[in-house]
Design a protein around this ligand. Structure first.
Ligand code: ADP
Ligand code: MG
Length: 532
């Protein structure tokens, strides 16, 4: 892996034409999944499954080798790329076009919603690479306007998403139209069991390439979580947006109706927000996305599926308004910020009873999610005032028109200058700095509160030390307190047996203790107690 990361594009065996196109795109070095996939694909002797999270350059990982391998002398379709959505089909097709350099490769996207005649004309003229959504591809196959029986490559892009969207039958249907000796290449951000089943069924032998974590993406993303009541999530969201100088972010909701509600609510409060999800027409989705890309709106509220097609760099924030269903989805969501060398913040809202799930996600996603608190109204006003102040200081050297000088003189006549300025500032900024528009966010009781023990948030731990190791309850507590950032009083129900012990600690502390008792190459001293 380490050497895969330090490779250059040239090392991967790409042609000068490709290298030039890559330079033109401004890519400095291959991403890890590109470093793994490109040489293997160029060898052209195996099927491939490649897994890496969103935003890691999977398109170029298969796009570049496909471009190299297309024979421009032959007019047949040589590669078929399936994508789950129309946006992605367009995006992938554009990315390939932007990487082809001087090679005369013809690529076309075909998708539902666009006139079939137009697509027909393009297909008839001869196309080397087709990028399409399953439904429309089947239409063309049935009409015999698309022929896939002598392709070299079938690419399933965002395969997990295609399965999520219920395209399995369509995919199988399409495969039946293809020649059996093609290579199959499957790209996916996540690797659910269904993908392995698919591979087992249709890909006789394959190499599995996987980049578990994309350090480039996540290391630039600060991850925090906030505990908020459901009824106060919206207020918390507004505050997070308001406290930033610049907010340009994605807000993830679990359901379409939650997306609609949240976006509508934001718009009512004067934010440039927009919803995006599967019930919204393709055309509208494209318009919304374009507006967001041009920064005419700065808050995009989305479901996971709809967000999949969104390729936007420079996001300052990803907000998990609702906790993602699983760790992979979490990694996926937050991978959208902190891209391309930009700093980003991922903020996850949890309700008090979602704490356990968050800790699970944290463990599985191997991330460090730090607790933070919702900004207070005072924090926000202070931040806003600082921004106004900095703006004013920045324009201080400028020379306004004469009329303003005359006006200033008039106001200053017979008045103390400080009084005058105070009144003017108040007049200009009173509304902006008013606390009236904010609602209430209640502090949630700290989780480590002892009263919680004996209620829900407690964890029973097994300690591989006992009387024979010289431990009694007091000594055991001391050991754990020294290493585990926990107070003695928080360790309860201590049972020291001959060779092992049990303790009970608050849920929030358990994770820390488990981590600090990890040992290299050995079973950890402390583990979760097995349920009886
Ligand atoms: P994925 O399919 O893994 O989600 P994409 O292929 O959509 O990712 O790529 C995400 C973004 O990263 C695109 O804007 C792409 O142009 C850019 N990109 C791809 N490879 C590189 C690279 N080696 N260096 C810099 N940017 C890259
Ligand atoms: Mg992709």
């Amino acid at each position: 892996m380490a050497d895969a990361c330090s490779k250059t594009f040239k090392d991967l065996g790409l042609s000068d034409n490709a290298l030039e196109a890559i330079r033109g795109k401004g890519f400095d070095e291959p991403s890890p999944i590109q470093a793994l996939t490109i040489p293997l694909m160029l060898r052209n002797d195996t099927n491939i499954i490649a897994q890496a999270q969103t935003g890691t350059g999977k398109t170029a990982a298969f796009g570049l080798p496909l471009i190299e391998m297309v024979d421009t002398g032959a007019k047949r379709v040589q590669a078929m790329i399936l994508t789950p959505t129309r946006e992605l089909a367009i995006q992938v097709s554009e990315e390939i076009n932007s990487l082809k350099g001087r090679k005369k490769i013809i690529t076309t996207p075909i998708y539902g919603g666009q006139s079939i005649d137009q697509q027909l004309r393009r297909l008839r003229k001869g196309v080397h690479i087709v990028v399409g959504t399953p439904g429309r591809v089947i239409d063309h196959l049935k009409r015999k306007t698309l022929n896939l029986d002598s392709i070299d490559h079938l690419v399933l892009d965002e395969a997990d998403e295609m399965l999520n969207m219920g395209f399995i039958d369509d995919m199988e249907n399409i495969m039946a139209y293809t020649n059996p000796d093609k290579r199959m290449l499957l790209f996916s951000a996540t690797m659910p069991h269904k993908i392995k089943e698919l591979a087992h069924k249709y890909m006789e032998g394959y190499e599995l390439l996987s980049v578990k974590k994309a350090p480039l993406t996540t290391s630039l993303t600060e991850q925090i979580y906030l505990e908020v009541r459901v009824s106060e999530k919206f207020e918390a969201l507004c505050r997070i947006i308001d406290i930033e100088d610049v907010f340009y972010g994605l807000v993830f909701c679990r359901t379409r109706s939650e997306v609609d509600r949240t976006a509508a609510h934001l718009m009512e409060r004067g934010y440039d927000a927009a919803p995006i999800h599967g019930d919204i027409s393709q055309a509208q989705r494209e318009r919304t996305l374009e507006k967001f890309k041009q920064k005419k709106s700065n808050v995009l509220v989305a479901t996971d599926v709809a967000a999949r097609g969104i390729d936007v760099n420079n996001l300052t924030h990803v907000i998990n308004f609702s906790l993602p269903q699983d760790p992979e989805l979490y990694v996926h969501r937050i991978g959208r910020t902190g891209r391309a060398g930009n700093q980003g913040t991922a903020i996850t809202f949890i309700t008090p009873n979602e704490y356990k799930r968050l800790m699970f996600i944290q463990r599985m996603a191997k991330s460090d999610i730090k607790k933070s608190r919702v900004p207070t109204v005072r924090d926000i006003i202070t931040a806003k005032r600082k921004k106004i102040h900095d703006d004013l200081v920045a324009v201080m050297g400028q020379n306004p028109e004469k009329q303003y000088f005359d006006w200033a003189k008039k106001l200053l006549q017979g008045n103390d200058p400080t009084d005058v300025l105070a009144v003017v500032l108040n007049y200009c900024f009173d509304e902006e700095l008013s606390t009236d528009s904010y609602g209430v966010v209640n502090e949630i009781e700290p989780r480590t509160d002892d009263r919680r023990i004996g209620q829900q948030g407690k964890t029973r731990l097994f300690v591989a030390l006992g009387k024979k190791d010289g431990y009694n309850p007091k000594k055991l507590v001391n050991l754990i307190v020294r290493r585990g950032s926990i107070k003695p009083g928080q360790i309860k129900e201590i049972r020291v047996m001959d060779t092992f012990s049990f303790i009970t600690v608050p849920f929030g502390k358990a994770e820390k203790i488990l981590n600090s008792f990890q040992q290299k190459n050995q079973k950890p001293l402390i583990t979760r107690a097995k349920k009886k």
